[in-house]
Design a protein around this ligand. Structure first.
Ligand code: TRH
Length: 384
């Protein structure tokens, strides 16, 4: 049955909120016959991810999704069968009242942030009644193990990725389109996306001294000023290159989402952050380092450890220890100097093993099923 969906997205900061809502909305429309309106309060973020989206338009249809600019003045009209309250940002009061008046009421889904913590399984899908109205919120938790909502994975991802990774010509064309030569065989290509991070200086130092050439593709992000400071340059132009020792840094513009996937697929290592790039790196079948979104009272460290605990399963102890050290060095400003250097150097000889592990991990990550399909099924069960 074709359902109507309203996805409400408040952009707190950066791109992750918009990225997740956009992927979900597109996938529901393309793969589940859904009629989707995406209400978003920051069209700029969506435009950066998907330039076909126009910044200053109140309503537009892109990729099968009816995109609406959401503000306090928005007239939302009749509620949909299903309302997704992304990351618990909240729904307008009048809309909630109208949802509750429907017969049957609309289904209210709170889409939570991704976490690998064990408690998620026990909370996934639970309802919580509204204090006044005859309607409940259902908490839908993304996750990396069966019993959770899984993570987003559109049907076209694997065939697109596999075709790209099989085809050296397409990879070379990708680099050339960005204005760079394809990295030499034998070099290590790394993508570097993250939050501000002083640890980047140590990492770049190790790469500069590396016996193998390291090609670091650095898209625009809050990490970039510190990365370029390593070369004593304030704001290098997109498309330019800086070199020191074995390190060649390539300054890449902020890419549309599908191109960013290609960057992840083209690299041997990916440094990613937040939620959505973190997931995409896992589907890229390459080793990666996660810069987790820093939270107060170090709550993020618990989430980081929970993920590492599951991700590292099956790795040999020395490789696991080095990988953990690399991730800790990247995420902990108080990490001892030299931690990342030692970790990177000891991981260097284990590229093949790490790549094989990344492939195995993607199979594990697929076990809970894809989030959009799980969510559509969850809603159908409750609406029928
Ligand atoms: O941008 P992020 O840090 O987003 C978020 C938000 O900070 C949010 O408030 C927080 O709660 C959440 O993280 C956990 O990181 P994320 O999630 O990886 O989103 C970045 C998106 O940008 C992702 O879809 C990949 C995309 N991207 C491009 O499309 N092109 C690029 O060149 C780059 C570097 C990223």
């Amino acid at each position: 049955m074709s359902r109507s969906w309203d996805v409400f997205c408040r952009v707190i900061d950066n791109y992750g909120d918009a990225a997740v809502c956009w992927r979900l909305a597109r996938q529901l429309a393309a793969e589940h016959g859904a009629r989707v309106r995406l209400w978003i309060d920051a069209l700029d973020a969506l435009h950066a991810l998907f330039p076909e989206v126009v910044r200053d338009r109140e309503a537009q249809s892109v990729a099968g999704v009816d995109i609406r600019h959401w503000s306090a003045a928005s007239d939302i009209g009749l509620p949909a069968d299903i309302a997704v309250d992304a990351f618990g940002g909240g729904l307008p009061d009048a809309y909630v009242a109208a949802m509750a008046r429907r017969d049957p009421p609309s289904l209210w889904i709170v889409l939570e942030y991704l976490s690998a913590e064990l408690w998620v399984v026990g909370h996934h899908g639970l309802p919580s009644p509204h204090p006044r109205l005859p309607i409940a919120r259902h908490f839908f938790f993304p996750g990396v193990v069966p019993g959770t909502g899984g993570v987003l994975k559109e049907a076209s991802l694997e065939p697109r990725r596999d075709a790209f990774q099989r085809d050296r010509g397409r990879q070379a064309a990708f680099w050339r389109d960005l204005g760079f030569a394809p990295p030499d065989q034998g070099s290590i290509a790394v993508s570097l996306f993250g939050y501000e991070n002083p640890a980047v200086a140590e990492l770049m130092h190790v790469w500069a001294l590396s016996p193998r050439q390291v090609v670091a593709a650095v898209p625009r992000s809050s990490l970039r000023p510190q990365a370029s400071a390593f070369f004593g340059v304030a704001d290098p132009d997109d498309g330019s290159t800086l070199r020191r020792g074995s390190l060649e840094a390539r300054w890449v513009p902020f890419l549309p989402q599908p191109r960013y996937d290609e960057l992840l697929w083209a690299c041997d290592w990916n440094f990613v952050r937040g939620e959505d790039s973190f997931v995409r790196a896992q589907w890229a079948l390459r080793p990666f380092v996660w810069h987790i979104y820093p939270q107060q009272e170090r709550a993020h460290r618990v989430k980081l450890e929970a993920f590492l605990e599951i991700y590292c399963e099956g790795l040999e102890p020395p490789t696991e220890a080095a990988l953990r050290a690399l991730w800790h060095g990247w995420n902990d400003p108080a990490a001892p100097a030299g931690l990342m250097r030692a970790a990177w150097e000891s991981l260097n000889g284990h590229q093949d093993r790490l790549r094989q592990h990344a492939r195995g991990w993607a199979a594990t990550l697929a076990l809970p099923g894809d989030l959009a399909a799980n969510l559509a099924h969850f809603c159908e069960e409750r609406l029928k």
